[in-house]
Design a protein around this ligand. Sequence first.
Ligand code: SF4
Length: 498
Amino acid sequence: MVIIVITLERRGALTVDIQLPESEAIDGQKPNDHCAVAGYLGKSSAYSSLITILRTLQHRGQESAGIAIFNNGIMNVRKGMGLVNEVFANLSPDQIMHLDGNVGIGHTRYSTAGTKTMENAGPFIVTNSAGYFAVSHNGEITNADKLREELMKQGLTFSTTSDTEVLLMELARNISLYGISNGTKLAMEKMKGAYAVALLFNGRLFALRDPLGIRPLILGKTPDGYIVASESCALDVMGAEKIRDVRPGELVELTPNGIFHILGVTSKTTAHCMFEYVYFARPDSVIDNVEVFQTRIRLGKKLAEEFPVDADVVVPVPDSGRAQALGYSIASGIPYSEGLIKNRFSDRTFIMPTQEKRAAAVRIKLNVIASEIKDKRVVLVDDSIVRGNTMKFIVSLLKKAGAKEVHVRIGSPPIIAPCYFGVDMKTRDQFVATGRTEDDIRDLVGADSLRYVSIDGLVESTSMSKNELCLGCLTSEYPAPIPGVAYPEQKELESFTS
Ligand code: SF4
């Protein structure tokens, strides 16, 4: 594990202390969101509050974790590769004292293997004539390369390839020149794509969300302060009262006296990521006033309505298909059973270089309860299929256990296109559904039937309209321009007129 501890003293020395123990990245069978964002300002230790929030949001990123705390005119940062508990395990009293303070931000990150480097771990920090800036960012700036070039022409230097560093530099430069409100507005006018951000500026804590509201960000009040987090489940764990979501295009400041709206940049529409509801977010979260668990139940019910089948038992792929399977069972009247058991201690599947090794990893993860499967017609429910390998393996597992028939039902429409807004789905060839019909995929995974919920069914299940959601990876129609990707359906929807 690589740990970096940075102490920034304005006009003072920059010290970087690098320790080198073990580290591994994670290769899930499902796509991964890139980051969790956290911020705390209050009367208690920011460090312990941020650790609690980050541990609660660990599902959003397991590759690196970090915290930046501002105290007595100094910005202290500690970040490292690994889970939150690993990065912040066994800190000495001295190290904990280093992270003393009442205001700070935190970050966890996931990335693909190629960019698994310490340099891209958050939070990112920079100093300029206005002071210290630190950001935690979830999302992806789609025009980062162009903005980096522009900033470099103005004399700024970059130490990473990360789009988050570009976001930080844009914010820091514009805020130092034009103040918080105008500076942030100018930066937002330039940045395209997805950004849910906690910004720490000289001990002042801000939360910022892109005009399309692609990634979630929510505000809460604890008994002794205020927090911002990627998901509401972190508020629950902190014993915090939900205030509201940060609005798309909004900048707010968290202060000891409350949360204040600083800036609102309107957009003609929103583009909340549908995959947050389908898979990424924890089921106990509520995002933009829509409960994730109930959305998944509705997806399962919709699947049963759209694609009924005569069967004896509904079995979820654990844990991802559970809520959708429950919904299918409720709507169809077919009994629900946990016919597949997941090994709780194999959550972290390390990068497997070959298909054979990936299959072995799945075998360690899952087993069948034969009595629930033998001689039965099984409806097997999952939330999504990416490559199809895992589904093929599970179908064969059920057939070997004596299932008479296996009918696969998927609680999201087929993924056919990359994501450019902060999810590690970058190439079309990784999707089993690209260029294949549902019947092709059925044959590929060896099922007796296979159906996905429709796009209309998905939209209805979220209780939103198509115009409020991003469906880019399902339709190839993206809600923001993607430089270098010539999709005719691309639309410019952001408006900075107010
Ligand atoms: S492209 Fe897909 S995964 Fe990416 S933000 Fe849009 S809906 Fe979410």
